[in-house]
Design a protein around this ligand. Structure first.
Ligand SMILES: *Cc1c(COP(=O)(O)O)cnc(C)c1O
Length: 368
């Protein structure tokens, strides 16, 4: 046996050692006389519709493996969305579906070069982790002052090495949604060999003029992939089920990298049941949208200037006062998500939680 002279500690790949840790939303702290609320993970406070829970309770095949590729769920989705079953690839949450796309299209190459993935920043915290773990290089383009994607700058960031470009709409954590016409114009300028991922985790909550019809764009552009999830509008975050919709030029590669059995039987059954009760799901979403608009209006009235909120959350650009505000919220038994030096993201929650948050904003001294 040959003995190598090596350092004694186990070390990960270089790209892994450079990764930021994902900071998940924290649970609320207890405070005397106050019901604690978690407003830090953009969860749906209303949960799934009752039929979902019943369908899950009826599952009697827990000893069997699930369908390898969520065949039943994809068939149900194909019908609801009016797309081909072949164009849907399911994953462990839309994060799983995104990981498939990045793994299939961007990484490090045998000649030592690194593929590039462009996305806005600040945006979804998981993007750098997924991109860098794949061995690809992330290229971030700062969002504009009002929290919108800077589409011009994103176009200008495209190079020979660009393989994937991510659009997050509504953008987590800043809130604004992209308009259909601007994405259409944007796509016309993106090289056709760059995969454009449109992350629509909050699609159901959008209420703007000229709303994005991402499925129309996927039908027109073979390089567009749309991401959707059951975690937010459907209230099924615990089950980890999401999917991508894209044409065959993309999905044939996704099927190669997608881990089989990534959607559990319980998740598939629950997601299908939720699809079968879409009008109830939409009623719940409508009530959250009404709460979001109530919160936004109350903040404006209290003198806050916040970006357009089109998801199930609002963004307070608190800058250096971020940690201070998060602490003040904590004293009110509200867990919020602070991004130090930048701002605080607050999920639209139960009515009582939203009331308490509004009251905090009314009394908090923001020295901008
Ligand atoms: C919550 C969220 C997701 C969804 O993640 P899942 O893996 O489906 O739970 C995806 N993208 C963004 C921007 C999100 O905020």
């Amino acid at each position: 046996m040959t003995m190598f002279s090596r350092a004694g500690s186990i070390t990960p790949r270089e790209s892994v050692s450079l990764l930021p840790a994902y900071a998940a939303g924290k649970p609320p702290k207890a405070a005397e006389g106050l019901t604690p609320y978690k407003l830090s993970s953009n969860e749906n406070p209303l949960g799934p519709v009752p039929a979902v829970v019943q369908a899950m309770a009826a599952v009697d095949t827990l000893h069997r493996y699930p369908h390898p590729n969520a065949e039943n769920l994809r068939a149900g989705l194909a019908q609801v969305l009016d797309v081909s079953v072949e164009d849907i690839v399911a994953g462990t949450g839309s994060l799983g579906a995104l990981t498939q796309i990045i793994n299939a299209f961007a990484g490090s190459n045998s000649d030592g070069s690194q593929d590039e993935v462009i996305y806005a920043w600040r945006s979804f915290e998981a993007y750098p982790i997924v991109v860098r773990t794949a061995g690809a290089k992330d290229v971030t383009v700062p969002v504009l002052q009002d929290g919108r994607h800077d589409l011009e700058a994103m176009l200008a960031a495209i190079t020979e090495q660009t393989k994937v470009l991510l659009l997050c709409t509504p953008n987590n954590p800043t809130g604004p949604a992209l308009r259909h016409s601007e994405v259409e114009t944007f796509l016309a300028k993106v090289p056709s060999d760059v995969v454009v991922v449109i992350d629509e985790a909050y699609q159901e909550f959008v209420r703007t003029e000229d709303p994005l019809d991402a499925l129309a764009l996927y039908r027109k552009h073979p390089n567009v992939a749309v991401l959707r999830t059951f975690s937010k509008a459907h209230g099924l975050a615990a089950l980890r089920v999401g999917y991508s919709i894209a044409g065959q030029e993309i999905t044939r590669h996704l099927r190669v990298v997608a881990a089989p059995f990534s959607v559990s039987t319980l998740a598939e059954v629950a997601a299908l049941a939720s699809l079968e009760h879409l009008s109830e799901v939409h009623e719940r979403v409508d009530s959250l949208v009404a709460e979001r608009d109530r919160v936004s209006a109350a903040l404006a009235e209290a003198g806050w200037t916040i970006p357009e909120a089109q998801g199930n959350f609002v963004w307070l650009p608190l800058g250096e006062q971020t940690a201070d505000f998060a602490e003040a919220a904590g004293l009110q038994a509200l867990a919020v998500r602070g991004f130090p030096g930048e701002g605080v993201r607050v999920t639209i929650g139960e009515v009582e939680a939203n009331d308490r948050f509004i009251e905090l904003c009314r009394t908090y001294r923001f020295e901008a």
